[in-house]
Design a protein around this ligand. Structure first.
Ligand code: GLY
Length: 269
């Protein structure tokens, strides 16, 4: 396949309804506009993920699932192919954790957590999450239905790659629980060969070192569709909700063992 001018994929999380595809598409359109405006690829994925965080149908930002005590703590991360990485873990009180993760890339740190992350965000002037703004619509795993999970974006702007993720985590989890999202190489990875963003059961995604292993397959020349097919086999179809979007210079793939709203936009060179 020929190298593309750009490719951008978004997803609304493992378990998100196919009818919510319009939300994934809106985020992808914002991302593509950003590519066309000359924004950095890291800006591109952050802007796209922020659109998903602002859509209360998805489990991130204003739609974040509450913890067992009713509190809201979110994880977000962003990485680009020049090796910049930033993340926040169990951060309360911000509307767009992805923008805070982006700001972390400009510090001497890689991951900020909890109240320290919230203080960092406040000092930097990030918009707070207003009381009552969280309107989680996810469905508990215990009902047998899929819960929605992490939202994400991967992009190739013709030169560089980036991946971004954001989540409210598992509904009803104890406060302080952190999933795969802020763990480099687990929920996401980006390098000179491509970018990968996962969604689903964070504990299993982390234990498989999912994103770095998927990236290594891309790096050795496997087509994105082949990588997706292989990686899906690592996850139990009933116990482990799992989805993935990935991109290389000339192709992409997206899929999930649940329903998943996702979108792709690309242009030939
Ligand atoms: N994949 C998101 C989480 O488990 O927190």
């Amino acid at each position: 396949m020929a190298e593309k001018k750009y490719i951008l994929l978004t997803h609304g999380g493992a378990g998100s309804k196919n009818e919510y595809q319009d939300g994934a598409r809106r985020a992808a359109d914002v991302g593509v506009e950003s590519i066309k405006s000359g924004a950095s690829v890291m800006d591109v994925v952050c802007r796209a993920v922020a659109v998903l965080e602002d859509d209360s149908r998805f489990n991130a930002g204003v739609g974040s699932h509450p913890r067992a005590d009713g509190s809201v703590e979110m994880d977000a991360a962003v990485m680009d192919s020049s090796g910049h990485f930033g993340a926040v873990a169990a951060i309360p009180g911000v509307k767009n954790p992805i923008h805070v993760a982006h700001a972390v890339t400009r510090t001497e740190y890689k991951v900020l957590a909890g109240q320290g992350a919230a203080q960092f965000a406040k000092k930097a002037g990030f918009q707070p999450l207003a009381a009552g703004q969280v309107t989680a619509r996810g469905v508990d795993f215990s009902t047998g239905e899929s819960s929605t999970d992490t939202v994400g974006c991967v992009a190739f702007d013709g030169k560089n790659f980036a991946a971004g993720l954001s989540t409210g985590g598992i509904r009803g989890a104890i406060p302080g629980r952190v999933g795969d999202v802020p763990l480099i190489g687990c929920g996401l990875y980006a390098g000179p060969a491509g970018a990968v963003a996962a969604t689903g059961n964070g504990e299993t995604i982390a234990m498989h070192l999912t994103a770095i292993r998927a990236y290594q397959m891309i790096e050795r020349g496997d087509a994105p569709e082949k990588v997706l097919e292989e990686v899906l086999h690592w996850f139990h179809p009933v116990d482990d909700a799992f989805g993935l979007i990935l991109v290389n210079r000339d192709g992409y793939a997206g899929g999930c063992n649940r329903t998943m709203a996702w979108s792709v936009v690309w242009e030939e060179k």
